[in-house]
Design a binder for this molecule. Structure first.
Ligand SMILES: [Zn+2]
Length: 197
């Protein structure tokens, strides 16, 4: 069902575009072109001006095809951590790496590629689907800045998935972007009988 070769090629193209927080202009232009080619209507919100970055949040809307239901959101972020300037993705023995002097940027290019592949599969195989809203935020890596400035008046969906975690075997039901912390308390058992979280 998934076209692995197409997915790998998509990842190589995206990973080769350095997109640290605030400097998402090039990846944003790439994604607009890519999503428009798949049939999306694109809206950019005003976040770029509000935070002084190269790009705002990108909202791509795919109309329903053969199935009427509420819109569903697929979300990812387009920025990566640093160092990423000069990134050269390498694909060897089925594994992606960088050349070693930068990060690869798989967080969250992997999520972006999953979304593009999923929509490509829907189109190729003419699978009926409801409206799909792709929301791609900026400056996630520096405290979800893009998501905090996202123009919610432009968002139509009430349910969705944020594709931004490692592994393929778990779903976090809520609190996207929340930080978890687990620790313990020291002391005598009488005064500190329960572990803290
Ligand atoms: Zn991420």
């Amino acid at each position: 069902m998934i076209n692995k070769k197409r997915l790998a090629e998509e990842f190589i193209r995206q990973a080769a575009i350095a997109s640290p927080s605030f400097r998402e202009g090039e990846i944003s232009r790439y994604l607009i072109e890519r999503l428009e080619a798949l049939g999306a209507e694109i809206v950019m919100d005003d976040t770029a001006g509000e935070i002084g970055g190269e790009s705002g949040n990108l909202i791509a809307y795919f109309p329903a095809s053969g199935r009427e239901c509420e819109p569903f959101m697929l979300s990812a972020h387009m920025d990566t951590v640093e160092p990423v300037d000069g990134v050269v993705p390498v694909f060897k023995d089925g594994v992606f790496t960088s050349q070693g002097d930068t990060v690869l940027g798989a967080d969250d290019k992997a999520g972006l590629c999953e979304i593009i592949e999923a929509i490509s599969v829907l189109k190729d195989q003419q699978i009926p689907h409801g409206p799909i809203e792709v929301v791609i935020t900026v400056c996630e890596e520096i405290g979800l800045l893009g998501a905090k400035h996202l123009d919610l008046s432009r968002i139509r969906s009430r349910r969705g998935l944020a594709l931004d975690t490692n592994g393929v075997d778990r779903v976090i039901g809520s609190r996207v972007g929340a930080l978890g912390h687990r620790g313990g308390c020291e002391g005598d058992q009488q005064n500190a009988p329960r572990p803290c979280r």
